[in-house]
Design a protein around this ligand. Structure first.
Ligand code: BDR
Ligand code: CA
Length: 309
């Protein structure tokens, strides 16, 4: 299957890219970057470094939006460190990003391929996707599906009491995506908070006999330092990789078709994902919203795939 990853690396974003590269079922057409965890200059550099690490300098990288549509930028350096990649020092990228804006790359790639054949895998704020939908309305019919890390239901928020980071940073963009009518598959905090990066799981990743395993383990160990303390769990959450893992093994997840809308008016609950789990509003269902995950199955798959790189 053909995918584009829209991302703000971030350690867990980088693992997502590596899992796609390790999977013959997936053809990664390109990586598009957005401001989120860190600035777009830094997320672009990090995407290039990740592809260098895997020896895949053939994959195009296009830099995208440097700020949310309407609101001031918010970052997550408190989780990911100043560079977004703290925990490991990688060499500077071997190349610059490809010329041309991420939004143009997304539009061109989707429009050049058969309708419904491209999956967008979004693991950062949704600014690039909203801009692309505004520029080319035909994308609504042409994009096969958007598989997204974002939102929260019972886990509620991680950047504000009611806001999950990717949605909170650009709630207006998220609102446009949830109103687009495109098939959406959503991996919220409800799933990611179950996947604790415990010491035993990180040790399994670290022991993978190639140079990727120790790097991924060190990245996740850095994230864990902040997140595990916050939640009092044995390890931090594992967010973005669920998108690519679901493409490979949908049987590891369970969710429900629901209506999701994004709060953009209230200063108190800005960026809240309002999930109609019980179908109370009778509004049309616009997302497959995941809540359950086979935790050991996910870690087994990560170890198996990274071992192939
Ligand atoms: C999301 O926020 C970022 O910090 C992570 O990379 C993930 O995409 C989790 O809320
Ligand atoms: Ca991310």
């Amino acid at each position: 299957m053909k995918i584009i990853i829209d991302t703000d690396p971030g350690q867990d974003d980088a693992l997502t890219i590596l899992l796609a590269l390790a999977s013959p079922e997936i053809e990664l057409l390109g990586v598009t970057t957005v401001a989120g965890n860190v600035s777009v200059e830094q997320t672009t550099e990090n995407a290039l470094k990740t592809l260098d690490l895997a020896g895949r300098t053939d994959i195009p990288v296009h830099a995208g939006a440097d700020r949310p549509l309407l609101r001031p930028a918010v970052n997550a350096t408190h989780v990911h460190g100043r560079t977004g990649f703290e925990g490991v020092d990688l060499p500077p990228p071997s190349r610059a990003a490809n010329p041309g804006h991420a939004v143009d790359f997304i539009i061109r790639t989707v429009m050049e391929n058969p309708p419904g054949s491209i999956t967008l895998c979004t693991i950062g704020p949704l600014t690039n996707i909203a801009l692309a939908l505004a520029r080319e309305p035909a994308l609504r019919e042409r994009i096969g599906q958007i598989v997204m890390m974002g939102c929260a239901f019972s886990e509620v928020g991680n950047i504000t009491p009611t806001g999950e980071f990717n949605v909170y940073v650009d709630p207006h963009a998220a609102e446009m995506v949830f109103a687009s009518g495109i098939r959406l598959v959503v991996f919220p905090l409800d799933v990611t908070h179950q996947l604790h990066t415990s010491a035993a799981r990180l040790a399994r990743i670290e022991q993978i006999p190639n140079r990727i395993g120790p790097v991924v383990a060190a990245w996740l160990r850095f994230e864990k330092r902040f997140e595990a303390t916050k939640y009092g769990t044995d390890g931090g959450p594992l967010h973005d990789p669920n998108t690519v893992i679901w493409l490979l093994r949908p049987d590891l997840y369970h969710g429900r078709e629901v209506n999701v809308e994004i709060e953009t008016g209230s200063p108190l609950t800005m960026g809240m994902s309002v999930v109609d789990w019980w179908g109370i509003s009778r509004k049309p269902k616009n997302a497959l919203f995941m809540r359950d995950v086979d935790v050991e199955g996910v870690y087994d798959l990560i170890v198996d795939r990274l071992s192939r790189l």
